[in-house]
Design a protein around this ligand. Structure first.
Ligand SMILES: [Zn+2]
Length: 158
């Protein structure tokens, strides 16, 4: 297990240098959503936290669903299927779509790990990562396409 963690961190470090900014895309993170992701990450510490994000048709972030990580792991996550389904149903009722997820890195930076990159199958999915490895929690957003990490510029709404 320890070896697997080291391998995935090495992969993440390799990919770090390949991350590029997407100049055309900028996400605005409402303060409540920013706050909720960080609080859920802290609540689940030292395990990884996870959740889902709903967007409206205009691409605005509307909702964060804090979900159970059924893996109960410090290095990986799986959103509880029943909660995933519940989030999709709730979002649909509001006219939103579940367009991304967030998870935390309890001891490391807010950058996709080798495992995150390998497991990213949907190029349109938004991946938010909360890094608790530094003094201040950090939230970053990515798209992962063909194993290529594209950081999405974001700012917290005031
Ligand atoms: Zn991760």
């Amino acid at each position: 297990m320890q070896r697997a963690i080291v391998e995935s961190e090495r992969a993440a470090l390799r990919h770090r240098h390949r991350a590029v900014m997407e100049p055309t895309e900028q996400i605005v993170i409402p303060p409540q959503i920013h706050h909720a992701m960080i609080e859920h990450a802290r609540f689940c510490y030292p395990e990884e936290a996870c959740g889902l994000i709903a967007m409206d048709e205009a691409g605005e972030l509307r909702m964060v669903y804090a979900t159970t990580n059924v893996d109960r792991s410090r290095v990986r996550f799986t959103v509880a299927p029943r909660e995933h389904y519940g989030a999709i149903k709730h979002a649909e009722r509001q006219g939103w779509t579940v367009a991304g997820s967030f998870h935390s890195h309890p001891e490391s930076a807010a950058f996709p790990s080798g495992r995150d990159i390998a497991g990213a199958l949907d190029p349109e999915w938004l991946y938010f990562i909360v890094g608790l490895g530094d003094e201040m929690p950090d939230v970053r957003a990515f798209r992962i396409r063909d194993y290529r990490v594209v950081e999405v510029a974001h700012r917290e709404a005031s």
